[in-house]
Design a protein around this ligand. Structure first.
Ligand code: GDP
Length: 432
């Protein structure tokens, strides 16, 4: 019963979409288990360039079932718009199934998210304003609406009424806005219900059948380990667990079914939104890396915001790999570093005069300074290389050291945004 998790080792935007799209070739199901449309996966393949938000990265593979599990925050309008966008771009309609237990992101969640960030002003968290925190808050308060609730009008009205009761107090008295009505929410949802109906089912039962038939299931994480609400840089974290362990919960599969965890990390660091980021570069060095990074510069796929960038942080990434329980790592964007004469790699933090390789709590992290080991750059375009042995010596030395620091075998090295720009490396294989 094999499940492979593809998850982020750091702050998110590590290139999970690219890796999941590549690995989807051998999968029967590609499943999302948490989060909503608040993140973006950029995928470049022969069909074009796409920014996926809510759809799993298997949508470009005919024959793959794409699944949104109970842990996902389903925004129906955003989902249908994304599907329409794919069709308009000439992608064949994917096989998509949505759990009847997944919950629905309502316009009130999105509005509450925006109102709260505006209220916080300079102290805002840098939310993507996709409604995630109010959505998961409602879920915990047990006033959420499940996808399966959409098909029973009376039950749906009752659930929406519960969700609105306390939300409207905040809208009126905290944010000074009009109250939202059940009728208003029904008007929003009604036109979408019949389109969703054929996609909705008991995805737990589906997964059990597929796993029993020995199909591989790819569980695709969103954001990264450092955004996990329990283990990450709280409160600059997201609202659902980003860890591979949670995939079993968010999908409803047994923990013993997961035999591979691929933690994805960039060959440098990038981070979008607020919070401590120890290796952050500023000024010209940051601008240059931001301009060269990713497929079109380091700008958020969902928000368009400039990402903060800097050298690889091995302290944070080792912590991320440990949290994920990584069995291997995929290192992306190695090609981007080819312009540098020297490449610093953060091996430890100095906090209040003490050096540590442990990843501390947020308060200490705020005052941590990076300790760097510097490597000679390779000053070459490696984007056409497909074999480990053909990478320049300096690039291999950099990856070898990074691999030792994160204590996880680097089995995939991505050297460009396209699906094919990938070096598959056997862990422990000799260099040449
Ligand atoms: P995700 O959310 O983890 O899937 O990551 P994003 O898609 O938000 O950000 C990763 C960025 O890196 C995107 O612009 C990708 O197209 C890009 N990318 C992924 N792998 C590579 C690579 O090896 N080289 C380059 N240059 N870009 C890459």
């Amino acid at each position: 019963m094999p499940v492979t998790a593809v998850v982020g080792a750091a702050w998110g935007d590590e290139g999970k979409g690219k890796i999941a799209d590549a690995l989807a070739a051998g999968a029967g199901v590609v499943a999302r288990f948490q989060g909503g449309r608040n993140a973006g996966h950029t995928i470049v393949n022969d069909l074009g360039r796409f920014a996926l938000h809510l759809l799993p990265s298997g949508v470009f593979r005919p024959g793959v079932t794409n699944l949104l599990g109970p842990g996902v925050a389903v925004d129906p309008a955003a989902l249908l718009e994304e599907l329409d966008g794919l069709t308009a771009a000439g992608v064949p309609a994917p096989d998509l199934v949505i759990s009847d237990r997944a919950q629905v992101v309502l316009p009130t969640h999105v509005l509450a998210d925006r109102c709260e960030e505006e209220r916080l002003g300079a102290r805002a968290f840098g939310s993507t304003r996709a409604g995630m925190a109010p959505f998961y808050a409602d879920k915990c308060l047990k006033v959420g609406v499940r996808v399966g609730d959409l098909f029973d009008p009376a039950w749906l009205r009752e659930r929406l009424g519960r969700s609105l009761a306390s939300r409207n107090v905040l809208f009126r008295h905290l944010y000074g806005r009009e109250e939202v009505t059940v009728d208003g929410l029904c008007d929003h949802l009604s036109p979408m219900i019949e389109r969703l109906r054929p996609m909705v089912r008991d995805t737990g039962a589906l997964l059990r059948r597929r796993l029993a038939a020995a199909e591989r299931v790819l569980a695709e994480g969103q954001l990264g380990a450092l955004r996990d609400p329990d283990h990450g840089i709280y409160p600059y974290s997201t609202s659902s667990s980003t860890l591979a362990g949670f995939a079993c919960v968010g999908l409803g599969v047994p923990p013993r079914s997961m035999d591979e965890v691929v933690a994805v990390a960039k060959a440098y660091s990038s981070c979008v939104g607020a919070g401590p980021f120890v290796t952050e570069w500023r000024g010209e060095a940051a601008q240059e890396l931001r301009r060269r990074g990713g497929d079109r510069g380091e700008y958020g796929a969902t928000t368009g915001r400039a990402r903060r960038v800097g050298p690889f942080d091995a302290v944070a990434t080792r912590y991320g790999c440990r949290l994920q329980g990584a069995t291997s790592a995929a290192l992306t964007n190695l090609d981007v570093l080819g312009y540098l004469d020297e490449i610093p790699l953060c091996t430890a933090y100095r906090i209040g005069g003490r050096e540590t390789t442990d990843f501390p709590c947020t308060r200490d992290l705020e005052r941590a300074e990076p300790v760097y080991q510097t490597f000679p750059g390779w000053r070459a375009d490696v984007s056409g290389i497909r074999r480990w042995q053909e990478l320049p010596d300096a690039a291999r030395r950099y990856v070898d050291r990074l691999e030792a620091l994160i204590e996880t075998p680097v089995s995939l090295i991505s050297v460009g945004p396209h699906r094919r720009a990938l070096i598959r490396r056997q862990p422990g294989a000799p260099d040449a």
